[in-house]
Write a protein that binds this ligand. Sequence first.
Ligand SMILES: [Zn+2]
Length: 257
Amino acid sequence: MQNNDFMIKQNNGVKYYISRSLERLGFVKHFFSTRIGGVSEVPFDSLNLGIYTEDKYENINKNYSRIFEAADMDGQNMVYLRQVHGDCFYIVNDDNRKEIIGKDGDALITTSKNIPIGVMTADCIPVIIVDSLKRAAAVVHAGWKGTHLHIVDKVVRYMMDNLGARAEYITAVVGPGIGPCCFEVKEDVAEKFTFVEKRNCSYFVDLWQENKKQLINLGVRNIIHEPLCTICMEDNFFSYRRDGKITGRMATFIEIT
Ligand SMILES: [Zn+2]
């Protein structure tokens, strides 16, 4: 586990995070966006990257241009899904990338260059997984349902079994999401998890630890995580739980260059 790996970047007013460890690999570009630096208006202010939100289409489009430009990435070939809190994922390449856009699913994997793959979140946990042996990258949307369905475990297993990835070559980055400070759940949800704290008759689940555990159980040791809570950090992040249903989304994208 490494601390202080995340770096805040600010470019043309657009604020985002990157992982130094991923950057050091030298063959990927990526970002974890914040809500800062976009053109959307309240309640989507301002860098709303939620393609399936009710924000104005042209604003979402402009926001995507802004973040991709800030992160020095080309969004033209980007692929994303209509996320459904399940455990389905797709392997993206040049031939199928257009038809995968908008399919129901919660994770994407690629070994192809210049195809940014991404997920949109506002409390759920975004996870990036990169294997430097086979130069494979994946991005996962893991809310409590996806975490309970072991989507991170399934994606990494797929990369190992089918793409030749190996645990010792994997770097995994667990991104900003709802922290154990704020993720209060009812008992029926709490009992599905291991990392649960009971505070004054309420249950709080640590989705970060749950996802890290899935990685550790597969032998992944190079796990990057900084505890950036989307509820606590209101100036930085949208939060579905804090702001209500009508709010923006951050995005997490990675591409092999
Ligand atoms: Zn919090």
